[in-house]
Design a protein around this ligand. Structure first.
Ligand SMILES: [Zn+2]
Length: 214
């Protein structure tokens, strides 16, 4: 039973991957401190941190947190600096950008998709850069509302577009596995800027493009 559990979460693979991960040693995350804290938590819940199955757990969690919170030490703006001058002034929409983040209230993951649309104001962005921004912003202790607004405001500040629409939908494990325990519930947040905020017809258009309804 214990062996199966270990195999199913890929503990052994973790060790290999992380050992080879480039830049792991440069992480500003204090992994030794996390290891001590996780050992303490294991003791506090009544476990024996010296039990064989748990011996490597503090180190594994420390490496995992360094990865999950890596966005805290990165500036998402660097991905918004490479812009092209284009006359195109219709909607650009990138849908279904998958992300995983950590709810800052419970330190549990929330997972979902971000949709980012904008109408350029002369500057157009490489499409993959939107996914990079989502990655950096999501790899921090987060709340979904702030994450949504942060992405929209970064777009406004760096691209000066005519409008930005950011819609994020996610399933929060702090709602599905604990507390009110509602598996399948999805939280949707949106941040509208510029024309998407001021014009109902533009807002309707972008929501139709995202959700594909007429
Ligand atoms: Zn939570």
């Amino acid at each position: 039973m214990a062996d199966n559990t270990h195999a199913s979460c890929g503990g052994a693979d973790d060790d290999r991957d992380d050992a080879a991960a480039p830049g792991a040693a440069k992480s500003p995350v204090d992994q030794e401190r996390i290891r001590r804290a996780v050992r303490e938590i294991l003791s506090a819940i009544g476990e024996d941190p010296d039990r064989e199955g748990l011996l490597e757990t503090p180190a594994r969690v420390a490496r995992m947190y360094a990865e999950l919170f890596s966005g805290l030490h990165e500036d998402p703006r660097v991905h918004l600096k490479k812009v092209f001058t284009e006359k195109y002034d219709e909607v650009v929409l990138v849908k279904d950008i998958s992300f995983n983040s950590m709810c800052e209230h419970h330190m549990l993951p929330f997972l979902g998709k971000a949709h980012i649309g904008y109408i350029p104001g002369g500057k157009v962005l490489g499409l993959s850069k939107l996914a990079r921004v989502v990655d950096v912003v999501s790899r921090r202790p987060q709340v979904q509302e702030r994450m949504t607004e942060t992405i929209a405001d970064l777009m406004v500040e760096e691209l000066a577009p005519k409008g930005v629409a950011v819609v994020v939908e996610a399933s929060h494990s702090c709602m599905t596995i604990r507390g009110i325990r509602k598996p399948g519930s999805i939280c949707v947040t949106s941040a509208m800027r510029g024309i998407f905020r001021s014009h109902l017809s533009s807002r309707s258009e972008i929501m139709t493009l995202i959700y594909g309804k007429n």
